[in-house]
Design a protein around this ligand. Structure first.
Ligand code: KQY
Length: 366
C-alpha cells in the first residue's frame, strides 16, 4: 500500500480514543528466552488468558514467528486468527501501527521509527529490525495507506489520545536521550500534533518508578473518556512512586485539554511493590545487550496498564490487596463495561503489561 508524504493533520485524520469502538485487536506472541522466563511458557499462558478475555468482546489476530505458528494455532480459540509475523518480541503497542481515522470513516496507519526503547543509548534489546517492520505489515493487512516517520522515534505506549485533539505523554520518555535527542520539546510536540491530528499535548513529568520504557504514559495515566483521566497513585510517602504521582497530579490539576476543559482526575492505587524472586530471575537467559532480570528488582506494576475493548476493560491483577480496589474503581468509572481480570505477573516480569501487548484497530474504516 501507498506510503504517504503528507501528514494526518493536513489530511484530516485523528487518533481515536481507545474507548471508541474497535474493529479488532492485534497481539504478538512471546517467545524470547532472554526476556521471558522458563522458555516463555508461563508468559504464553498469561497471553492466552488475555487473548481469551479480549476475544469475548472483539476479534483477535495473533502474530507469531514461524517457529511458534503451529503451537499457537493449537492453543488459541478457533475464531482467533493466527498469522506469521516475524518479530523480535511481543510489544505490539510499541512497535505496531497507530491507526488514525477521518470523518468519512477512512483509516490510515502511522508507522513510527521503533528502536527498542532507546536504541544504542538505553534500548532493551538488539536488534529490533523485525519489530520496526510490524507497523508496515499491519497496514498491509488492513489495506490502509501509511505515514512512515524514518526520522522520529516513538512507541505507541508512550502516547494516549482522547480522540478530541488531546495527547498525553511523559517528559521522562519523550525527552529521553535514546529517542529524539536532536529535537526540542516544541518540535516533538509539533510531530505529535501533526501525526495524531491533535492540537494539545499534556506533558506529565514522569511515569512509573523503575519503568524500563523511560516512563511510558500507558502505565501512569489514561483517558477514561474526554475530560476524565485515571492516574496511578500511592498514599505511601516513602515510596519513590509518591513524588512522581504527586507531580503528575499537580500538573494535571492545572491544565486544560484541547477543548479547554479542566480534567476530572481519579486516583488508582498501585499494588504493593512487586519484586523479582530468585527463581524468576534464574529462569531468564542472560544475554549481552538485553536488560537483565535481577533478583529483588522492583517491577513497574500498575493497574493503569489496562486495555479498553468493546464492552470491557481487560485489567491486570497481581493477587494483591489492591486488586479489589482497582476493580471497584474501574467499575464505577466504566459503568457500561465488564471488568475482565487477568493475573498478569508473568507479563509484568517481561517489562510491561496488558496494554503494552495489545494494539487496537478502530471500527469504522473503509
Ligand atoms: O511497553 C512496554 N512496557 C514494553 C517494555 C519492553 C520490555 C522489554 N523487556
Amino acid at each position: 500500500m501507498k506510503k504517504l508524504n503528507t501528514t494526518p493533520i493536513k489530511d484530516g485524520f485523528r487518533m481515536p480514543g481507545e474507548f471508541e469502538k474497535h474493529s479488532h485487536t492485534y497481539i504478538l506472541w512471546p517467545e524470547r528466552t532472554d526476556n521471558w522466563r522458563l522458555g516463555a511458557k508461563p508468559a504464553q499462558e498469561a497471553f492466552i488468558n488475555v487473548i481469551k478475555a479480549i476475544n469475548k468482546y472483539e476479534p483477535v489476530i495473533v502474530g507469531v514467528n514461524d517457529t511458534q505458528y503451529e503451537n499457537v494455532l493449537g492453543l488459541v480459540p478457533e475464531n482467533v486468527k493466527v498469522i506469521e509475523m516475524s518479530n523480535n518480541d511481543s510489544w505490539i503497542r510499541d512497535c505496531g501501527a497507530t491507526f488514525v481515522v477521518n470523518d468519512e470513516g477512512i483509516m490510515r496507519g502511522v508507522d513510527w521509527n521503533f528502536n527498542a526503547w532507546g536504541g544504542l543509548v538505553d534500548g532493551l534489546y538488539f536488534p529490533w529490525d523485525k519489530d520496526d517492520k510490524i507497523a508496515s505489515k499491519m497496514c498491509e493487512l488492513e489495506g490502509v495507506k501509511r505515514y512512515r516517520l524514518d526520522d522520529f522515534v516513538l512507541e505507541g505506549g508512550s502516547i494516549h489520545s482522547d480522540g478530541e485533539g488531546t495527547i498525553m505523554v511523559t517528559e521522562e520518555c519523550l525527552l529521553s536521550e535514546g529517542r529524539n535527542p536532536s529535537l526540542s520539546k516544541e518540535e516533538i510536540e509539533k510531530k505529535l500534533c501533526d501525526y495524531l491530528g491533535a492540537s494539545k499535548v499534556l506533558w506529565i513529568p514522569e511515569g512509573i518508578y523503575n519503568d524500563e520504557t523511560n516512563g511510558h504514559v500507558d502505565n501512569m495515566c489514561n483517558f477514561v473518556r474526554p475530560g476524565v483521566v485515571v492516574l496511578a497513585w500511592t498514599d505511601d510517602e516513602s515510596d519513590p512512586q509518591y513524588e512522581r504521582s504527586k507531580k503528575a497530579l499537580e500538573y494535571l490539576e492545572n491544565e486544560v485539554d484541547a477543548k479547554g476543559r479542566k480534567l476530572e482526575i481519579h486516583k488508582l492505587l498501585i499494588p504493593n511493590p512487586v519484586l523479582i524472586t530468585k527463581e524468576e530471575s534464574l529462569g531468564v537467559d542472560a544475554v549481552d545487550g538485553t536488560l537483565p532480570r535481577n533478583e529483588n528488582d522492583r517491577m513497574a506494576a500498575s493497574y493503569v496498564n489496562y486495555y479498553t475493548v468493546n464492552g470491557a476493560i481487560i485489567l491486570p491483577i497481581f493477587n494483591d490487596p489492591h486488586d479489589e480496589l482497582a476493580i471497584k474503581k474501574l467499575s464505577e468509572l466504566y459503568p457500561d463495561r465488564q471488568i475482565e481480570t487477568v493475573y498478569a505477573r508473568e507479563i509484568l516480569l517481561g517489562g510491561g503489561n496488558i496494554h503494552c501487548i495489545t494494539q487496537q484497530v478502530p471500527y469504522k474504516h473503509k
